[in-house]
Design a protein around this ligand. Structure first.
Ligand SMILES: [Zn+2]
Length: 261
């Protein structure tokens, strides 16, 4: 369901978690007075929410098509039952923004997989599968004809404690786990041109796997590099300071170690 509600909420534009209150949240039901359709009386619920992150401040908008029923107590039509259809209008996709240090083709496959998940789960799963393969090739440096063989090779390396840096056993377990969901396993064994039927739930499981791998592989590696860069800068600064002091003849006061010539 794509309708927004009061309470905990995460902005899809900037990724900030926050609480939606009466001040930044709007919902309205609009009954269509067009007579009874094949679905009965219908109407549409429109909801919008404004991001409280000042730098973002974007409006997210979604709507739902509902069956309608007249409420005597409220004297008007109200939506009833589960929505017939729902649309995420803005942003169009539920994808989370991925950082620029993740290779662009991988990010694009992921964004597209998210965009078409409901419209065409099998096309979405095909893109996710290509994205997963791209990640194993780029991050793990494993390249074989079929994705399934690449996963098996990754499993073997990790089990032998020879896995690529930053790849944990739990992550490979998660890949294997998702492989066991519905038709996804068959999808990974087939050639890329072989389209396998999957349902939106299965397509979603693949998308979540990709989001997890982006975080555990690329984001974690970048954080590690960032920390190392900081340490390097600090060490370099210290070395410069020491050298400066020594050139000023204060080196002895700084260090108890004898000067080596
Ligand atoms: Zn935002």
């Amino acid at each position: 369901m794509s309708k927004f509600g009061l309470g905990a909420w995460e902005c899809r534009f900037c990724g900030k978690s926050q609480i939606a209150t009466e001040n930044n949240y709007h919902i309205r039901y609009n009954f269509f007075s067009i007579g009874e359709t094949e679905l009965g009386p219908i109407g549409m619920t429109l909801s919008a929410i404004r991001c409280l992150n000042r730098e973002c401040n974007k409006a997210s908008i979604s709507c739902e098509l509902n069956k309608s029923v007249f409420s005597d107590s409220r004297g008007q039509h109200v939506p009833t039952g589960t929505p017939i259809e729902s649309w995420r209008l803005r942003p169009a996709s539920f994808a989370t923004q991925q950082p620029g240090f993740i290779p662009e083709p991988l990010r694009n496959d992921y964004y597209e997989a998210c965009l078409i998940r409901d419209l065409s789960p099998k096309a979405s799963a095909t893109l996710s599968r290509r994205c997963l393969q791209g990640m194993i090739r780029d991050f793990c440096k494993i390249s074989k004809a079929r994705l399934i063989d690449e996963i098996k090779e990754l499993r073997k390396l990790v089990d032998e404690d020879a896995g690529p840096k930053g790849v944990e056993t739990e992550t490979v377990d998660a890949i294997d786990h998702v492989r066991g969901v519905g038709n996804i396993g068959a999808h990974m064994e087939k050639d890329i041109n072989n389209i396998v039927e999957v349902d939106p739930g299965e397509a979603q499981a693949l998308i979540e796997l990709i989001e997890m791998l982006f975080a555990e592989w690329y984001v974690a590696r970048e954080k590690r590099r960032e920390r190392l860069r900081k340490i390097e800068t600090i060490a370099l600064d210290k070395a410069t300071q020491i050298a400066d002091l020594r050139s000023q003849g204060q080196g002895v006061a700084l260090s108890k170690e004898p000067e080596s010539k």
